[in-house]
Design a protein around this ligand. Structure first.
Ligand SMILES: Nc1ncnc2c1ncn2[C@@H]1O[C@H](COP(=O)(O)OP(=O)(O)OP(=O)(O)O)[C@@H](O)[C@H]1O
Ligand SMILES: [Mg+2]
Length: 512
């Protein structure tokens, strides 16, 4: 579809008709008033950032716009027409493409099938009961090229990494948004939280591209990214819009204050001495096709950060250390003893904890209460229910988990609040000796991020060894005592931060 098609399209005619207009949208979940009357307009060609604390109501709002759930009160118009979405299909037909906060691909299908499935003309891929593979694959290829992804449309989604799947989600949203016969609106709920700089750059370019045809609503907790990509930023707090600014007229510090209600703190940094015997020691660890000859030691009270791009193998190393995946050769030592046929139960029994990046798949049981999720560790199951309850409310307080309802099912919490519970599960554990953290700040608002960083420091001060896979190089420099850079499965540099602190540029060069 070209720009001129859009202009002849009746619904898009008149550039002054907003692509989206919300009036008084309200949503309640039982006692909880999640949206308290949202008014908002998105004009054609705009990229609008939507930010706010964990639990502010961002995802709830986007679910209403994309036909996942109805509003209790209020109305909205898409391209000047009152929207009455009965389901996600109606939203797609109106030109709304979406990437939800949690991934939603069908794993046993191919990349192309997943993209086709959500297209406005999904049925077009089938003719006389037969799949039109050539057509489905060609179309997927086109949109994958558009978003700068090198994935093959024929690959099965189950064989892809988490980041690759995220690119499929994005491609699918772009396809849905641009295929419909309407001005496209792309709705992205934290699509970038796991992307590495190269993918991020491709996505940012794509967002600007889409904005030439339609509009974009973009949720992210990375304020620098918001300021770079968006024209305007809307701040939500407690289910209300509290600010609406042009990104030219606002800075990161001001945005932080608008969303959290207090000023941002400068990063704290304290360098700790190398103390004690390693809790966890990895020597020459190798798995064909994933990583090779990786060695490092996690010592009590120290943070070792592993940095690298998405093909670096750092996640696989971390998973092998926790017994979640195997290795072919090399050695793992825990508390000075060599371990064999390492498994997750053995790792947990030895005092290791692991926060996975795929929190929804591995880190939590959504249908169980938060309190029961907290008990899913070595010591958790052994303590009395009364004590469990007390512990839960203590940790809810410490990490400011909202709402303060440990008995609620975990899937009823917002993404960031779920992440806090997954972290608390390990932090509360008295017998914990080493903590492997794969993107622990993912999905947390900047204020919650500060709180969790403080808790990681507190754990260190109590003698716990931390292995950290940070979201950004800045996070590595702020948190780590030692930084290992990985590229293509091998270590390219090791820095002792107290002795020779690297710059961001040093780290970038070593990982590319
Ligand atoms: N299905 C549900 N049942 C009960 N409460 C819910 C449900 N879905 C959301 N909520 C509540 O609504 C509020 C808003 O949640 P929402 O997911 O919109 O937050 P968010 O701004 O997207 O936060 P985050 O940055 O953590 O993703 C939260 O308090 C959440 O617990
Ligand atoms: Mg959310």
């Amino acid at each position: 579809m070209t720009d001129s098609d859009l202009i002849t399209d009746g619904r898009a005619a008149g550039a002054d008709v907003p692509v989206l207009r919300l009036r008084g949208l309200q949503k309640r979940f039982g006692q909880l008033h999640a949206l308290k009357g949202i008014d908002l307009e998105i004009r054609r060609g705009e990229v609008v950032g939507l930010i706010g604390e964990n639990g502010a109501g961002k995802s709830t709002l986007l679910k209403i716009l994309t036909g996942i759930q109805p509003a209790d009160e209020g109305t909205f118009e898409v391209n000047g027409e009152r929207a009455r979405f009965r389901g996600p299909r109606d939203a797609v037909a109106a030109g709304i493409g979406v990437v939800h906060q949690e991934q939603s691909l069908l794993l046993h299908l191919s990349v192309a099938e997943n993209i086709q499935m959500h297209a406005a003309d999904a049925g077009d891929g089938v003719r006389l009961g037969l799949y039109r593979w050539g057509r489905i694959n060609r179309r997927a290829q086109k949109v994958l090229d558009q978003v700068g992804s090198k994935l093959d449309p024929r690959w099965r989604v189950s064989d892809l990494t988490f980041v690759e799947r995220q690119m499929v989600e994005i491609a699918r949203a772009v396809a849905a948004g641009t295929d419909a016969n309407a001005t496209p609106l792309l709705v992205l709920d934290e699509p970038t939280s796991l992307l590495e700089p190269a993918e991020l750059a491709a996505l940012e370019k794509e967002i600007r591209q889409i904005a030439r045809l339609g509009s974009v609503i973009f949720v992210s907790h990375r304020l620098d990214e918001i300021l770079r990509v968006c024209d305007r930023v809307v701040v939500m707090r407690n289910g209300e819009v509290v600010a609406d600014r042009s990104t030219d007229a606002v800075g990161e510090d001001e945005l932080f204050e608008l969303m959290i209600g207090r000023a941002a703190k400068a990063p704290e940094r304290e360098v700790r001495a190398a103390t004690g015997e390693p809790v966890l020691e990895v020597s020459g660890l190798t798995r064909r096709g994933a990583f090779h000859d990786v060695s490092f030691a996690a010592r009590p009270g120290r943070v070792v950060a592993l940095v690298g791009t998405s093909g670096s193998g750092r996640e696989a190393v971390c998973r092998a250390a926790f017994g979640a995946e195997g290795y072919d050769s090399g050695e793992l030592k825990v508390a000075g003893r060599r371990v064999e046929s390492w498994t997750i139960p053995k790792a947990i029994a030895a005092g290791l904890g692991y926060v996975p990046s795929e929190r929804r798949v591995e880190g939590m049981v959504g249908g169980m209460s938060a309190i029961d999720n907290l008990s899913l560790t070595r010591s958790g199951a052994l303590i009395a229910p009364g004590k469990q309850k007390q512990q839960a409310s203590e940790w809810f307080e410490r990490l400011d988990v909202r709402p303060r309802g440990p008995k609620l099912e975990l899937e009823r919490f917002s993404g960031g609040n779920q992440q806090k519970v997954v972290l608390a599960k390990w932090l509360k554990d008295q017998g914990l000796k080493a903590l492997l953290l794969d993107h622990p700040l993912r999905g947390l608002d900047p204020g919650a991020g500060d709180t969790v960083k403080r808790e990681i420091r507190t754990a260190c001060a109590a003698g716990i060894a931390v292995v950290l896979l940070p979201d950004t190089l800045e996070e590595a420099l702020e948190m780590a005592d030692e930084i290992l850079v990985l590229r293509d499965g091998g270590i390219t540099a090791v820095y002792d931060v107290a002795v020779d602190a690297p710059t961001t540029l040093d780290l970038l060069e070593k990982q590319l």
